[in-house]
Design a binder for this molecule. Structure first.
Ligand SMILES: Nc1nc2c(ncn2[C@@H]2O[C@H](COP(=O)(O)OP(=O)(O)OP(=O)(O)O)[C@@H](O)[C@H]2O)c(=O)[nH]1
Length: 614
């Protein structure tokens, strides 16, 4: 395929604005999938365990479109020639969620343009802004598309106004579609041809192909996703990963349409996969450059920086004998997700387990969900914390991923925490309460911009720890669900932080230690012991719950002793009922850890997140 007839693009959108549905429509209209497959996608939406769209699973799809020439909706880029003919359109998927900024930028680096999809009723939302900026930064042509025009109530003019005000794009060139009903999909295909530049690159230059993703296939080993920037890659070629420094033979190569379809070669601008017999996902680095072993490119493509996990939590098997099994399951997770990391750790309270690192809270929830679905292990998970930097008196800087690693206060010169730039999009009437919320969480105000009469964008710098604490839930509740937020970590900043310990019956439970801002310590300590009191059931004896900073107790609650026996009321009664009750109790116990004489349930370890403020 000549590069003049190739277009590489992504669809970027806020979640639920219809990205998967539009992608499936594009596949349907170009006969890459059948009506039945399309319908089953739509139907899947209704299923509780909804499968992601075909395109999402495939991550990159090549479709073919027969372009016949411009029509009245066309806005051909000035100076661009678009002869009628068959065009190859490569759709590269991007995740739309907050935690995956880095993956968005890395997918966008393989494209020349993006469809910016906006819901005709909801309008521009926080992730629309974040993703649009990523596309603008990547110098991509952006085609605004208003989706769901079939909805009974839409705000199309206002939405177009928002697109202009907040994103600086020309709303008059926006396309109006219904992905669900298949309205105006042809205009999208036409715009891709007319408004996105064909890829640049020299077909005869030494090979340079960007590795933009990879996945593990049980039968074929590692499948590496590439976008050819210069030269041509053929089946049987001897290639070299410039960063990894390893050489391999191309055993197979091809395109996703959406299934893997083998071909003989991929030329400049084309997107596809190569299979080289590599068995370990970790041996393929996303962002690496593929070149020929014989005729090497002079320098590698810029590539990407691997993002560092910023949120950590402990995961412990309830049953100690599950430890190895858990390790295998975590290994499997890491195999398909390079940004997830884990390392063994031990806790006095919980025994042997793992410290797991995530990009953010959503990433943590996804992994946790997959572990529960795919691995049959009962887990205790500790409350998440962010990663901290500590400058010691001697000048050494250490990174800590677990509050228990905090050195003694005496050796700390400076305690630093990650700071995020947060963008909120909220109804104008909620501006005051959002400001209050951010003020209460040590936020620094950056600015406000109005999107129209009723909606505004607010930008703050907030400590990441405060965001993972409860920001998202609070935002949803104060805006009745209408507010959205997006954040990006911008660096570390010094703060007056301290480690707060929790003592249960006089003994420190390491897995409950947290790092808090000194000014909030008493308030959070009080809230936490109160919450713990609700979570820990009564025992035969009194249990003191204390929050302490060093040796100083800052909050205390007492769980009084239990008087009655659970089975007492069954005495003389039906034996099977008694057995049932005991069985129930046993099940309830499953997710508990015996700590000294006290049993602490799983939920208690997450109390830190749920305690709120007193
Ligand atoms: N009425 C209407 N609903 C639509 C349209 N397009 C998508 N939807 C619905 O909107 C919901 C979200 O659509 P998806 O395609 O899953 O959205 P998405 O952006 O891919 O969502 P994520 O994958 O979660 O980011 C689904 O219930 C769709 O059926 C449309 O044109 N009209």
């Amino acid at each position: 395929m000549q590069r003049e007839f190739i277009r590489n693009f992504s669809i970027v959108a806020h979640i639920d604005h219809g990205k998967s549905t539009l992608a499936d429509q594009l596949l349907l209209k170009t006969a890459a999938i059948t009506e039945r497959e399309f319908q089953s996608q739509i139907l899947d939406d209704l299923a509780v365990e909804r499968q992601r769209g075909i395109t999402v699973k495939a991550r990159a799809v090549a479709i073919y479109y027969d372009y016949t020439g411009p029509d009245e909706t066309s806005h051909v880029l000035p100076g661009m020639e678009v002869p009628p003919g068959r065009y190859e359109l490569n759709l590269i998927d991007t995740p739309g969620h907050v935690d995956f900024h880095y993956e968005v930028s890395r997918s966008l680096a393989a494209c020349e343009g993006a469809l910016l999809l906006v819901d005709a009723f909801q309008g521009v939302q926080a992730q629309t802004v974040a993703n649009a900026y990523a596309a603008i930064e990547g110098n991509l042509e952006i085609i605004p598309v208003v989706n769901k025009i079939d909805l009974p109530v839409t705000r199309i003019d206002e939405v177009l106004n928002e697109v202009e005000t907040i994103l600086g794009l020309d709303g008059s060139t926006a396309l109006r579609v219904s992905a669900k009903q298949g309205l105006n999909i042809e205009s999208v295909l036409r715009a891709l041809v007319e408004r996105i530049h064909p890829p640049k690159g020299e077909p005869t230059a030494p090979l340079k192909a960007l590795v933009f993703d990879s996945k593990y296939d049980d039968y074929r080993g590692v499948v590496t996703y590439i976008r050819v920037k210069e030269g041509t890659i053929n089946k049987g070629d001897k290639i070299r990963f410039m960063k990894g420094g390893t050489s391999h033979e191309v055993l197979d190569l091809g395109q996703f349409r959406p299934n893997m379809v083998a071909c003989e070669s991929l030329g400049v601008g084309q997107v596809g996969y190569i299979i080289t017999g590599i068995k370990v996902l970790g041996n393929v680095h996303v962002g690496d450059t593929v070149t020929h072993a014989g005729r090497q490119a002079a320098e590698a493509l810029p590539g990407y920086k691997q993002p560092k996990p910023m949120v950590f939590c402990g995961m412990y098997p309830i049953d100690a004998t599950d430890f190895e099994h858990l390790r295998e399951e975590l290994d499997k997770m890491a195999l398909n997700d390079a940004s997830f990391s884990f390392a063994p750790e031990t806790s006095d309270a919980l025994g042997f387990g793992f410290r797991c690192g995530f990009l953010g809270m959503l990433h943590m929830e996804i992994i946790q969900q997959r572990l529960e679905d795919e691995a049959d292990v009962d887990l205790i998970q500790t409350a998440p914390n962010v990663t901290y930097q500590i400058l010691k008196r001697g000048g050494e800087v250490v990174q800590i991923d677990n509050p228990v690693e905090t050195p003694d206060a005496g050796v700390i010169e400076e305690f630093r925490e990650p700071i995020a730039k947060v963008t909120f999009i909220v109804p104008s009437k909620n501006i005051g309460v959002i400001m209050q919320l951010c003020g209460d969480r040590r936020g620094i105000y950056i600015g406000t911009e109005f999107l129209g009469p009723d909606r505004a964008q607010l930008v703050y710098e907030l400590p990441l720890a405060e965001i993972i604490y409860d920001m998202h839930d609070k935002l949803k509740s104060v805006t009745q669900g209408y507010g959205t937020m997006d954040y990006e970590v911008i660096g570390f900043r010094a703060a007056d932080l301290v480690k707060m310990d929790i003592l249960v019956k006089g003994v420190k439970v390491d897995a409950l230690s947290t790092i808090v801002y000194r000014g909030f310590a008493e308030r959070r300590g009080r809230a936490l012991v109160k919450k713990l009191k609700e979570e820990i059931t009564k025992h035969q004896f009194e249990i003191a719950l204390q929050a302490a900073i060093g040796a100083r107790v800052i909050a205390r609650e007492t769980i009084s002793a239990l008087r009655k026996n659970v089975t007492a009321k069954c005495y003389g009664g039906d034996i099977s009922r008694k057995r049932k009750l005991l069985q129930k109790q046993k099940e309830g116990k499953k997710r508990m850890k015996q700590f000294g004489q006290v049993e602490i349930p799983q939920k208690a370890f997450l109390s830190v997140l749920e305690a709120g403020d007193d």
